[in-house]
Write a protein that binds this ligand. Structure first.
Ligand SMILES: Nc1ncnc2c1ncn2[C@@H]1O[C@H](COP(=O)(O)OP(=O)(O)OP(=O)(O)O)[C@@H](O)[C@H]1O
Ligand SMILES: [Mg+2]
Length: 483
């Protein structure tokens, strides 16, 4: 819930309220209001607004003015809170406030935070105003946060864990007395650095400059607060220890973690973030257009060069690209960016060489989101030697495989079955290998992108011929025993 003058904006329910009463507002006008209010004082350009309000259609710019003047009429005496910056866009005059004001939260908690600390503490990254395909996940996460002290959003690199966590935190912020505290962990490597970041971002006061976990537990005690710890996988052991201590010291604390791997602690509930939905083969154009992965691709490609996906042949190719990229938003964004240079057909044709073409992300994105290879490098770097060996050897499996098949192909004198047991568990936990159960039997699978990355590693290690030959020998043997 966002407060604007005398009004409250409920983004989830898409409602504008005045003194608890719903105020009628057209859907486009609401989109404009939500976009400007969510930007938290940042200028929203006309182009951005056009993309948000009319994502799939090209309309005249004066449509914004029409809906904006309807909105200002409804806002009445608060109309001037939405400022027009001539020739550029629109901006909120006040910093947006959550329904429970940040200041009230700080007062209630009794913590000694300086003004600027309190302000920073209230800061969550702005929500993506056009998050696709995550309505249900956001509702589920919000509900789970009421029940579990620690909720970890787990999934493959670039699947959208951080994005959905930020959205869910915005939706949940009104459920907490204290402002939500968001801590980005990707640059931090030691326990002290993590603790210091929590102290700073929450605006806590601790007695000793050499902050330790007991001090943070004491400073957070009794606070009803949501702590979002983003990108924990590379400091997973440290985070397990800190998070367990924090929730043991405070029943009212909720911790939302994003990580490619679970913390593996008792109070944790794991929420697996699923890929965006992709169309099955032979879908109709209408069904393809209903898929969130396709919408992400089209939105991104059209923001760069317009008119993509307007004929059926192209749309079918887009559907297949999204399917072959396993519905992973980061890969889809990178592929859509390549349409400018290669066209949809060119991107589709070169998907076998995806590690080369899926590069050139947003200049301002995290380094590991600039290329598909970099996002896998981030996971590969934190594997131990045994898990690395297994991972690259799994590249020979083009389909689902059992543990027995895996051992027959990858194990030898140097790489034992005991090694394989430990390492497959690690690869599954780190979201590099998927597992499904057919009754009691586990079957493993690498996504197409993961397999392409693993294959490059297998080739670089010079093992490709040997492992491919073992795989080829294994296949006829299994066919014979099945006959
Ligand atoms: N539902 C979505 N709708 C639109 N864009 C999305 C969605 N989910 C993710 N994205 C985009 O995909 C990219 C990757 O998302 P995000 O950073 O959330 O992934 P992640 O799972 O946290 O990755 P990592 O494992 O590297 O931390 C971002 O550019 C983000 O804006
Ligand atoms: Mg992330």
């Amino acid at each position: 819930m966002i407060e604007l003058g005398r009004f409250q904006i409920d983004l989830e329910m898409r409602m504008l309220q005045l003194n608890g009463e719903t105020v009628q507002l057209g859907s486009r006008a609401f989109d404009i209001l939500a976009a400007v209010a969510s930007a938290d004082g940042r200028l929203v350009t006309k182009d951005e607004l056009m993309n948000i309000v009319w994502p799939d259609t090209i309309v005249e710019e004066n449509n914004i003015q029409v809906h904006l003047s309807a909105l200002r009429k409804v806002l009445g005496q608060d109309r001037d809170l939405i400022l027009t910056v001539p020739g550029r866009g629109y901006q909120l005059r006040q910093r947006r406030r959550n329904a429970l004001s940040d200041e009230a939260g700080v007062r209630a908690s009794g913590i000694r935070a300086s003004g600027s600390q309190a302000l920073r503490a209230s800061r969550l990254p702005p929500p993506k105003s056009r998050l696709l395909g995550r309505d249900l996940a956001v509702r589920q996460i919000r509900a789970l946060l009421e029940q579990t002290p620690v909720l970890t959003l787990v999934g493959a690199g670039g699947i959208g864990k951080t994005t959905v966590a930020v959205e869910a935190a915005h939706h949940s912020s009104a459920d907490f007395e204290e402002p939500v505290c968001f801590v980005e962990l990707a640059q931090l490597t030691t326990e002290e650095a993590v603790l210091r970041a929590i102290v700073e971002r929450c605006g806590l006061s601790v007695p000793d400059p050499r902050v330790d976990v007991e001090q943070v537990v004491a400073a957070l005690a009794r606070q009803r607060r949501l702590l979002v710890l983003d990108n924990a996988e590379h400091v997973i052991g440290i985070m397990a220890h800190i998070v367990e201590a924090l929730v043991a010291g405070n029943d009212a604390l909720r911790v939302l973690v994003t990580s490619r791997e679970p913390l593996r602690i008792m109070p944790e509930t794991v929420f697996r973030v699923e890929p965006l939905d992709v169309p099955p083969p032979h879908s109709t154009d209408a069904d393809i257009l209903r898929c969130s992965a396709v919408n992400l691709f089209l939105r991104h490609a059209n923001s760069l060069q317009g008119k993509v996906g307007s004929d059926s042949t192209e749309l079918q190719l887009v559907g297949e690209i999204c399917r072959r990229l396993d519905g992973i938003p980061l890969a889809i964004e990178l592929a859509a960016a390549r349409v400018v240079a290669l066209g949809v057909e060119g991107v589709h044709r070169r998907l076998d060489d995806r590690m080369a073409i899926l590069a050139g992300g947003y200049r301002t994105a995290l380094p590991r989101h600039q290329t598909l290879r970099a996002t896998f490098d981030w996971s590969f770097a934190i594997l131990d030697q045994n898990a690395r060996s297994l991972f690259r050897r799994l590249a020979v499996f083009g389909d689902a495989f059992t543990f027995e098949a895996m051992c027959a192909v990858v194990c030898d004198e140097a790489y034992t079955v005991a090694n394989a047991i430990g390492s497959i568990g690690e690869l599954v936990a780190k979201s590099l290998v998927g597992v499904e159960f057919e009754g009691p039997v586990a079957r493993y699978r690498l996504s197409e992108s993961t397999r392409a990355y693993a294959m490059a590693k297998l080739q670089a290690e010079g093992e490709q011929d040997d492992i491919a030959a073992r795989h080829a020998r294994y296949l006829p043997a299994t066919r014979q025993s099945a006959a």
